[in-house]
Ligand binder design. Structure first.
Ligand code: ZN
Ligand code: ZN
Length: 170
């Protein structure tokens, strides 16, 4: 699971430099105290500048950027085989159980934040600690993705389709 990139100006080095600036600029520092408090951090006049920046930005970034999967389980019409796919039930349905295709809609599972919408085409499988992962490549943007094989749901992944992918493993 990867966090999205693009956290402009928030590398460790940037935070350290900005923190040092704050320690020498009371007015700027006061503004960051307000910002950190607005972000829900408990800070005071003794809080070091670097920590102040980290708290102010960290809380704001955490609110914007989710890193944990969201258990979003929805029925959908498969964009590849056109069949109606029911909800998973015990686990979120994230691909078609018959043709195994999926859609590039998530950055983190369930967040629907990818903004791509391309078809995720299954290209193979890979063993994981929890079973078997289907490997995908997005037909629109080329992103690589993985989804776990769902073999224990009411409508399990078609074993023949999964075997077909296993056969493709180089
Ligand atoms: Zn399908
Ligand atoms: Zn894509």
């Amino acid at each position: 699971m990867k966090a999205p990139t693009g956290r402009a100006g928030t590398s460790r080095g940037d935070i350290k430099a900005l923190g040092a600036t704050l320690d020498n600029d009371p007015a700027l520092r006061a503004a960051w105290v307000v910002k950190a408090r607005a972000a829900g951090a408990e800070v005071d006049d003794e809080t070091p500048g670097k920590k102040l920046v980290r708290l102010a930005l960290g809380r704001a970034l955490d609110a914007q950027i989710r890193t944990n999967p969201i258990a979003r389980d929805e029925a959908f019409r498969c964009q590849h085989c056109d069949r109606d796919v029911p909800v998973g039930g015990r686990r979120p349905r994230d691909h078609c159980p018959w043709c195994l295709h999926s859609l590039h809609v998530d950055i983190v599972p369930g967040d629907r934040a990818a903004g791509c919408g391309g078809l995720l085409v299954p290209s193979g499988v890979e063993p994981s600690a929890k079973g078997l992962d289907i490997l995908y490549r997005c037909d629109r943007c080329g992103a690589a993705r993985k989804n776990r094989v769902l073999d224990d749901l009411t409508v399990p992944d078609d074993p023949a389709a999964v075997r077909g992918l296993v056969a493709r493993v180089p």
